[in-house]
Design a protein around this ligand. Structure first.
Ligand SMILES: Nc1nc2c(ncn2[C@@H]2O[C@H](COP(=O)(O)OP(=O)(O)OP(=O)(O)O)[C@@H](O)[C@H]2O)c(=O)[nH]1
Ligand SMILES: [Mg+2]
Length: 333
């Protein structure tokens, strides 16, 4: 048995000493740790809380290589400071917006790309879906165009779909079989894993950078699957008068405080319930409260859930877990 043999699914070093620690497998001849074995066979996974410093260290090590980096971002969860990743990475970076399938087909990719190009500087920009393979041939072409060596790194937040994308690329551009563990639970991949796609290309998977202000860290695990939806979002539009409120699931509330009759369109997973109530309704007021004044055509982003497109200027109050990030941006779509 090779010493320090790594799990093919998540990259952790395998061990058979302690069932409570990561990397455990009853038999070191196995290729997968028990955690990955369970996901693959029963769809179960335990959450692991990683350490942000470890992820930053991985990024710094990637930076030393000068190799091409694919920065994988969930299209529904574009961070406000998307380019702060460049604090750690000096490489050429292609911004890869994944999960195109969750946004309505009618939206033009070009519009989103232009929006991002105006705000953030990357080597290139592309929209893909690792679920249905959308635009992967084009991604492959661009990888070949920009790569510095055979090694290309995938980085990005947990759950952005890095491992899923590599699995799909294996299916399309190599003779191998998808092997990486993927799941709706945060922090699935635990270590760097190099996948040889073909004689020109190795894709290197990395564990996700964790953003503790993502709503997924503050909701019951029953929501994990829904937050990682595989269905196209059907936007829900509400016409609100001031004095009306929206209750989103059992964890978020928006009060419309001041402004004319206004349109609020929610781009959030279809399975999350939304209810229109009066401002006087007491529900969810136990959460922490913040007010925002929105300008014409702005989105309120609820980080990890999606966003609410608001048409006219408005004064709104929101109730949410205090550690969930929300911010305003001009309309993405
Ligand atoms: N709808 C949709 N879901 C996707 C897509 N790609 C990945 N997912 C889902 O997103 C979740 C996370 O996918 P992973 O591939 O495990 O994400 P990751 O970036 O490797 O996550 P970590 O290993 O935790 O850093 C899973 O539930 C996937 O099924 C996509 O293109 N569309
Ligand atoms: Mg992964």
């Amino acid at each position: 048995m090779k010493k320090n043999k790594k799990c093919l699914g998540c990259g952790v070093v395998l061990q058979n000493d302690n069932i409570l620690k990561i990397g455990y497998t009853p038999n070191l001849d196995n290729d997968y740790c028990m955690r990955c074995f369970k996901v693959k066979n029963y769809g179960e996974i335990e959450t692991i809380t990683g350490n942000r410093e470890e992820y930053i260290n991985i990024l710094k090590n990637v930076s030393k290589t000068k190799d091409l980096v694919l920065y994988i971002v969930d299209i529904l969860n574009i961070r406000e400071n998307l380019d702060d990743i460049k604090e750690y990475l000096n490489n050429d970076i292609i911004l890869v917006l994944n999960k195109r399938d969750v946004l309505p087909k009618s939206i033009k990719d070009e519009k989103i790309i232009n929006y991002l190009m105006e705000r953030y500087e990357f080597t290139d920009y592309i929209i893909v879906s690792s679920l249905n393979g959308y635009n992967l041939k084009e991604l492959y072409k661009r990888i070949l165009k920009y790569k510095k060596s055979n090694d290309v790194y995938l980085v990005g937040e947990t759950n952005a779909g890095k491992s899923s994308l590599i699995n799909k690329m294996i299916g399309s551009f190599s003779k191998g079989l998808p092997s990486l563990t993927t799941s709706s639970v945060p922090e699935t991949t635990l270590n760097k894993i190099k996948i040889v796609i073909n004689k020109n290309l190795n894709l290197i998977d990395t564990p996700g950078v964790v953003d503790e202000y993502n709503i997924i860290y503050h909701l019951n695990s029953k929501y994990y699957k829904e937050l990682n939806t595989r269905r196209e979002i059907k936007p829900k539009t509400y016409q609100l008068y001031k004095g009306q409120s929206l209750l989103i699931g059992d964890f978020f509330r928006l009060d419309y405080l001041e402004g004319d009759r206004n349109s609020f369109t929610l781009y959030i997973p279809n399975g999350i319930s939304v209810k229109k109530v009066s401002l006087k309704n007491p529900s969810l007021k136990e959460f922490s409260y913040t007010e925002f004044t929105t300008k014409f055509h702005e989105d309120l982003v609820i980080y990890g859930l999606g966003f609410i497109k608001i048409v006219l200027n408005a004064k709104i109050g929101i109730y949410k877990n205090k550690d969930v990030k929300t911010f305003l941006r001009s309309n993405l779509i």
